[in-house]
Design a protein around this ligand. Structure first.
Ligand SMILES: N[C@@H](CCC(=O)N[C@@H](CS)C(=O)NCC(=O)O)C(=O)O
Length: 294
């Protein structure tokens, strides 16, 4: 090849790469502009909710429980207890911390169900002020036990024990393509459970650990209508979030049997919370096949 031919070939190649890079750059800019526009649209939608209306960003409703996340059930129960008007948003379920649920209230975003409840409780929506310091310490210990411990046993049951994640199919609506993400989802959850610790035990050991948590709640609840006495308070939202999921979102699980047969005061408790705060429970459940079937 002559020098001229060689230089022309290099020029052509650079031109092609240049064209390709330009196209990629334009596409990236277009995607970024679309995302910003979409974000702004959503923000306008949330701001239009009105003063003091809580926009609750969450995963969709389920077939058997209004929230497919226990933290969603916990947080909405608190918002209902506190008498907030609520607008559900399913378009942006994940917070800036990569977790769900979260809220927007009067244009301000807040993340983490517990931090949100504590923040709102500090502003006149406090249902634990009658508790003694000792009782508050007990309530705190129970909240941490269910949110940070019992929850992981539930995750393990729902997403890892059964490779087909049938519990998800039986309780929630999701687009069919999500099925192709199951292996990745299970891989990530297995890693998370390993780091948390419960992932290192056998199924039988985990069941024993879960039983202890469940039994502790049952024992402390005893004959009382709510965990801390005659009236429900913040900790009941956390307990109801997790136990409600064992009762309504873990079909055929040993935990369902524990709640309904071994510790029936917990089932009664969940029904009491449901009757008090969720009179529209059946109405708002998603109906099977009402969206895209899987
Ligand atoms: N501490 C958080 C926990 C929320 C949480 O773990 N939510 C799960 C869904 S049930 C989640 O977003 N998982 C996604 C992830 O961990 O990447 C809260 O109380 O809001």
């Amino acid at each position: 090849m002559s020098l001229f031919g060689f230089l022309t070939a290099i020029g052509d190649t650079l031109w092609e790469y240049g064209t390709l890079l330009t196209v990629l750059f334009v596409v990236a800019c277009a995607i970024s502009a679309y995302r910003s526009w979409k974000k702004e649209q959503l923000r306008n939608e949330w701001n239009a909710a009105g003063k003091d209306v809580v926009v609750l960003h969450t995963l969709g409703r389920g077939y058997t429980c209004p929230h497919i996340s226990p933290f969603g059930l916990k947080l909405e129960t608190y918002l209902r207890m506190a008498g907030y008007k609520i607008q559900i948003d399913e378009k942006a379920p994940m917070s800036s911390k990569g977790k769900t649920p979260w809220i927007t209230l009067n244009g301000v975003d807040m993340t983490d169900s517990q931090l949100i409840i504590e923040h709102l409780s500090a502003n006149n929506k406090n249902f634990s002020s009658h508790l003694s310091d000792k009782e508050r310490a007990i309530a705190n210990a129970f909240q941490v036990m269910v949110d940070e411990h019992l929850y992981w046993g539930l995750v393990r049951y729902r997403y890892l024990t059964d490779p087909h994640i049938r519990a998800m199919e039986l309780t929630s609506v999701y687009p069919s393509w999500i099925k192709y993400m199951f292996p990745l989802m299970r891989h990530m959850l297995r890693k998370a459970l390993h780091a948390q610790g419960l992932g290192r035990h056998s199924d039988a050991e985990v069941m024993g650990i879960m039983r202890k948590d469940i039994e502790s709640i049952s024992t402390y609840l005893g004959e009382k209508p709510f965990l801390m006495g005659d009236e429900p308070c913040e900790v009941d939202c956390a307990i109801f979030g997790e136990l409600g999921h064992l009762l309504w979102n873990a079909p055929d699980s040993p935990y369902f049997t524990m709640v309904t047969e071994e510790f029936p005061n917990l089932q009664q408790y969940c029904l009491r919370m449901k009757d008090k705060f969720w009179p529209d429970w059946e109405e708002i459940l998603d109906k099977p096949l009402s969206k895209e079937p899987h």
